[in-house]
Design a protein around this ligand. Structure first.
Ligand code: IPM
Ligand code: MG
Length: 356
């Protein structure tokens, strides 16, 4: 197969982890006889530095004309000033919106070798294998916002808006995915307080009727946050709004042992998809060859599966990651007594050697 892949390394540790993911994709291409063409684009702080814009038109053009997009991380403390008008994160949000990738698939899988790295007791998390489907192009991330002075006092507001079709398409996708897993969907919102959540619950409950073969329940987000760390193995597919999904997946990454272990893939009605680790740009670790590249490598596996439909190749990358962990290789975030401490590059190379 011939595929054009847009590569957006972004900021901080982004370029380092991206290098390792590209090595894995090149190894797959060589072993399975594919031809992948990688074209780099600017996004985030790196793009602001070079062009003044977090998402230059050229980058968007590159992404929409590719078969799939790999992104590493955006964010730079240099642009943290709350009064700044241009921020790196706007590049990422703008890209997700422009690509129409409304569903962000965030699998949470615990490797048995990493039980020690989890913050949760082994008996609680022994068989965790869940998938969070986060709505990605709507909700409070994209609603109207601003500053307002009320009775002489300064304030600010953000709006959480969801339309029925926006909820319906992401919930439907969650049900379709559940059919390929353990056939259970939990829809998460805050319907005891928020009107947009009541619309979400009504819509999800209606969609559920089309899937009588899939178990369905609705849960408030605070309860879900608690259950995630108390009874995580009750979850199969969790579908939720943009902000709740952002928060719950960072929480869930502690089950898996590290933010450095969780990949994601964002898909929409059409190709291309957008694949990125859930972690950020970790500026203080930049250039130190310290961070864990596995989340980005596993995101590349998701790219193979969901955008290129290369299931065997995706499995080969995931199996190589599992074999690398089984062989004892550990970056600092998942280190344990008796493990072999390696850097970003060495971890990437250990995975590449095991891709077969
Ligand atoms: C994520 C990140 C982003 C988000 C930030 C960097 C804008 O936290 O992908 O989870 O909030 O979506
Ligand atoms: Mg996040």
């Amino acid at each position: 197969m011939q595929a054009n892949i847009a590569v957006l390394p972004g900021d901080g540790i982004g370029p380092e982890v991206m290098d390792e993911a590209l090595k894995a994709l090149r190894a797959v291409a060589a072993r399975y006889g594919h031809e992948f063409t990688f074209t780099e684009g600017l996004i985030g702080g790196a793009a602001i530095d070079a062009t003044g814009l977090p998402l230059p038109g050229e980058t968007l053009e590159l992404c929409t004309h590719s078969d799939a997009v790999m992104l590493a991380a955006v964010g730079d403390p240099k642009y943290d000033d709350p009064t700044a008008s241009v921020r790196p994160e706007q590049g990422l949000l703008g890209l997700r919106k422009a690509m129409g990738v409304f569903a962000n698939l965030r699998p949470v899988k615990l490797y048995q070798e990493l039980l020690h790295a989890s913050t949760i007791k082994p008996e609680v998390i022994a068989d965790v294998d869940l998938l969070v489907v986060r709505e990605l192009t709507g909700g409070i991330y994209f609603g109207e916002r601003g500053r307002r002075t009320v009775d002489g006092v300064e304030g600010a507001y953000d709006t959480m808006f969801y339309s029925v079709p926006e909820v319906e398409r992401v919930v439907r996708l969650a049900f379709e995915l559940a059919r390929k897993r353990r056939r259970k969907v939990t829809s998460v919102e805050k319907a005891n307080v928020l009107e947009s959540s009541r619309l979400w619950r009504e819509t999800a409950t209606r969609v559920a009727q089309d899937y009588p073969d899939v178990e369905f329940d609705s849960m408030y987000v605070d309860i879900a946050a608690m259950r995630l760390v108390r009874y995580p193995s009750v979850f199969d597919v969790v579908v939720t709004g943009n902000m709740f999904g952002d928060i719950l997946t960072d929480e869930a990454s502690m089950i898996a042992g590290s933010m450095g272990m969780l990949p994601s893939g964002a898909i929409g009605a059409q190709k291309p998809g957008l694949f990125e680790p859930i972690h950020g740009s970790a500026p203080k670790y930049t250039g130190l060859n310290l961070v864990n590249p596995l989340a980005t490598i596993l995101s590349a596996a998701m790219l193979l599966r969901y955008s290129l439909e290369l299931e065997a190749e995706a499995n080969a990358v995931e199996a190589a990651v599992a074999a690398t962990l089984a062989a004892g290789y550990r970056t600092r975030d998942i280190m344990q007594v008796g493990g072999t401490l390696v850097g970003t590059r060495e971890m990437g190379e250990a995975v590449v050697e095991r891709i077969s």
